[in-house]
Design a protein around this ligand. Sequence first.
Ligand code: K7E
Ligand code: CUA
Length: 764
Amino acid sequence: MIRLTKCAVSVLLATGFGLGATSAFSADTLQDVMKARGLSQQDLMAAAKTYVPTGKRDDFMVFSSGGQSGQVIVYGIPSMRILKYIGVFTPEPWQGYGFDEQSKKVLAGGRIDGKDITWGDTHHPALSETNGESDGQFLFINDKANPRIAVIDLQDFETKQIVVNPIYKSEHGGTFVTPNTEYIFEAAQYPAPLENKKFYPLEEFNEKYRGGMTYWKFDRKKGLVDTAASFSIELPPYSQDLSDAGKGPSDGWSFTNSFCAERYVGGIEKGRPPYEAGCSAKDTDYLHVINWRKAAELVKAGKAKKINGHDVLSMETAIKEGILFLVPEPKSPHGADVTPDGKMIIVAGKLDTHVSVFSFEKIQAAIKAGKFEGKDPYGIPVIAMKDALHTQVSLGLGPLHTQYDSKPCVAYTSLYVDSQVAKWNYCEGKVLDKISVHYNIGHLMTMEGDTTKPKGHYLVALNKLAIDRFNPVGPLHPQNHQLIDISGDKMELLYDMPIPLGEPHYAVAIDAKKLKPAVRYKVGTNSRTDQPDPGAVKAGQEKIVRKGNKVEVFGTLIRSHITPETIEVNVGDEVTINLTNLERAEDETHGFAVSTYNVHASVEPGKTVTVKFKADKEGVYPYYCTEFCSALHLEMEGYLLVKPKGWKPGKTTALAAGHYTEVEYKATVKKVADTQAIIDSVVAYITSVNYKDFPEVVAMVDDAFDQLGKTKGLKEKHEGFAAKKDWENANLWAEQIWQYQVKTADLGLRAKTFLEQHGAKKIK
Ligand code: K7E
Ligand code: CUA
């Protein structure tokens, strides 16, 4: 221990006062490097366009679905550097998600029929919008397999709520938001009876199986979905698919396409032709056109009926009230994407080479004139395709999804079968450019491309297959996100990024400047509710409360100790440990784990978390901090002692002693004096500049003085023991002063570096 601490002093000295080694690139010229690595001029250009030098940041932030991982992947553009995985439907150990009580509550919101569902098939993330533009406040994402959506607060990039759809068994066409995030849409996918746990044979598919469209009301003030104010519309069993919200002139309407309008039921095992044959037999499926604003009014007026406690407008009511229409669309369509001006809806048919551009104005004219070509089997009025079409454009094989450019009328459509992206003009109906991608693209995404003001610059192709693009890692390959420069007339491929976490169907990107996440919580915050946590305590108020067989710990974390350092319980006790991170300095996260009890917490500055478990096995279980938070991180430890039934202390034995000598004590005292000199000089520097103009530094300085403040009274203590020649206690208490000093100095030096790098000015 002593040797280690001495070396730590020299580290401090070196970082504080030593000169940084001057670094230079090796003598190679750029040409040498190009030759050695086989790089072309074009490669170099792509590298220059994507490389983000150390310390610099990306221009756009991407929120990608994590596919079957049930998480969200956050990465930057143009660097494609992954910044975070957000635990959403799946426990995420690093963040303690699903291992601490606060986050378990969030995951419990996603229970179905009383059972935990600990994975999700995430497809479509959506960013909250204000006036049709991304506002950087919230992110939503759906789970196709288990019909759920989640709300993520971009204040801290944490999941706050999971909402289960009460009437579906699967859902796909979500999440999509209205221009002011009044509602979040979610369309069913595979038809099933809407009543829970109701069985009907497949022979009653047409009568008893249903699709639907759900409109979740979002309460922006609370940052939560208001389930009581949400509703659904019953739809025919047509396998509703992707959807989009109207905007501008089409605001108040939603558009949802479908496949298998044939309502075909397969059964290959019984000799019936399979679903894929029967579901694509006819030339057209249906685009559902719904007036959601009027639907919401009808629900308020009491016209909905309750199914599983949820408001549902029946098809009958929707038809009678004139809020539901169908438009035939080329068969097996996939994406339905409203143009930024809200005037057109672009639908791509997977089995058709065309994309169809529908005109909202024409659809409205047909509705006003009552001009329908007929009704579907459920009585829904059908507008003729020709009466709704603006144009159709042949783009290539397997068109799926469409995204928009900042340039007017310019769109990009993914071509799954061709493995290409087509750039085209939807006003004039002509193809402008094509680029090959690798391989079999699903969605594609432009910067803020879902909004009324797309930002251009870049496009990401979300490719399903990577095949030969990366170093092989076994039969399961990563996905391939490819960054494409769309700023010029011709698209240029810039970068291949493997995604190793699942199949991200869709992603959304936002101007990084619009995101303003917090760097710390107010001390004592439950991050999942953003409310003060009842388990929080201030420094010095830590306690262990026992009530019967319930033991509750109210502890704190600060470099480099967990208070308390010993927790004694009896076997069978129910143990609750609340921990508050008292740090204010940026990035000073502590973790907390108890050996073999399957609990873990990530305790970011200011956060309070709770772990709970039954101490059902006697023994000795170390607990420790799981983040390398300071030089004495490894010593951030303690013991959970689970005593057997009827255990009594035996012959008292002394705790381990160091047998310190006067010489060692004097060396420690000198070390303390030397370190104080460093602290004084750092403080002199910090107070000589305008450090108060830097909130990050003010937080560090506050923390530093907190640490130093803890040395109060300790000098008297060690001198007292020294006077009694108790070198053991004298040395240990002097050593403790030094521990606080180290943390003070560490913070001080970080503050000093920050000030130097951010151009702090002398004030005297
Ligand atoms: Cu095309 Cu679920 Cu949007 Cu996959 S979806 S690609
Ligand atoms: Cu706190 Cu390591």
